[in-house]
Design a protein around this ligand. Structure first.
Ligand code: AVI
Length: 346
């Protein structure tokens, strides 16, 4: 006689039910991964052999770096995450009303925490819920998709393990009447002006006429507020910046000595961007054996690790408009520190 445990059969039905509403697709297959590994290597070599030296910001994000970034988002000085969350809480209902029923697509979805504010708004208006999350980290995508599916019983999730570029190239027409493509969290600021223009062009190509683009951006403001946000008193941002060298050591069999560098972040008012650097405390040599690369650094020499651009709302709206993305609505907080823009493709 077989005995079934009601509790476990209950949880396995729940598991099956969640799996039925989840589709995970990997665009980063062996071929794309090996091409991107080759580009990665040549990018690191190019960055560390040019003057001034630089390392791509993506090397912030190994497991420890991602944990540090989560901590940054909660820091008292780092107003960005809190402020954007507050704005989304205020405007989510209007966004859902303006767009009507639509599929929500998110670039760089990560843990999808802020996305819940939008999903709640669509849910409350009784709109069907379809969410396409896009991130390079398969682990985070799967984990957050399952957490969302457990909390939203009518949600369908299509999780795409991919870079933005690949995902935008293969975006299929939405099964719902419309679509909203979200790029929140001020990640646009980490792109150079030229990259930003190319990115908007990719968005325009990926969307159908009448579909929406939602953008969260950090705004130009006083140097003091900005510099405090990237030089926090607990030293979390410094650890985040220095961890990039650890990441390179792990990836490329390197011997950067973290104690011989310091974190440097300042606001370049002319370029309207925060610049993060690692400054060498003495003359030193480091090697990345897997790249067959020796790096010589003078005392005081800096390596650029990130730019974080701070936008002017009027100018950005003109740039979006020039690409065919018509700004429909802009929301800011009371201090006008951060902006959320809803655009529609002509
Ligand atoms: C991911 N990005 C929007 C952050 C920013 O503010 O530019 C990364 C960051 N760098 C230091 N602190 C946070």
């Amino acid at each position: 006689m077989s005995m079934s445990n009601p509790a476990s059969s209950n949880s396995s039905t729940q598991f099956e039910e969640i799996e039925n509403r989840l589709q995970i697709e990997h665009l980063l297959n062996a071929a794309t991964l090996s091409t991107s590994a080759l580009t990665e290597k040549s990018d690191v070599i190019a960055g560390l052999t040019q003057k001034p030296k630089s390392i791509q910001a993506r090397y912030f994000y190994n497991d420890y770096g991602s944990q540090l970034f989560e901590q940054i988002c909660d820091l008292p000085e780092y107003y960005l995450t809190r402020t954007e969350t507050g704005i989304l809480q205020e405007c989510a209902e209007s966004i859902a009303e303006l767009t009507g029923a639509c599929e929500l697509v998110e670039l760089g979805s990560g843990s999808s925490t802020k996305t819940r504010i939008l999903l709640d708004a669509y849910d409350q208006l009784g709109h069907p819920l379809r969410y396409q999350s896009i991130d390079v980290s398969a682990g985070i995508l799967e984990l957050s998709a399952k957490a969302l599916l457990a909390d939203y019983p009518s949600l369908q999730v299509h999780a795409l393990v991919s870079t933005y570029e690949l995902a935008l190239k293969q975006l299929k027409p939405s099964s719902l009447p419309s679509r909203i493509l979200c790029f929140i969290g001020s990640s646009l600021g980490n792109l150079k002006a030229q990259e930003c223009e190319e990115f908007f062009a990719q968005i325009t190509k990926a969307l159908q006429g009448g579909e929406y683009f939602l953008l969260g951006i950090d705004l130009h403001k006083s140097k003091d507020v900005l510099e405090a946000a990237y030089n926090d008193s607990q030293g979390v941002t410094a650890a985040f910046n220095l961890n990039m060298l650890n990441h390179l050591n792990q990836r490329f069999d390197g011997n950067f000595d973290l104690t011989q560098f310091e974190h440097l972040a300042f606001y370049n008012e002319t370029q309207r961007q925060i610049e993060m650097h690692l400054r060498s405390l003495r003359p030193q040599t480091a090697t990345l054996r897997a790249l067959d690369l020796t790096i010589e650094l003078a005392a005081g020499e800096t390596i650029l690790t990130e730019i974080s651009r701070k936008f002017d709302l009027n100018r950005l709206q003109q740039e979006l408009q020039a690409q065919g993305l018509k700004p429909m609505h802009v929301w800011t907080d009371a201090k006008e520190q951060f902006g959320v823009l809803l655009c529609r493709l002509n």
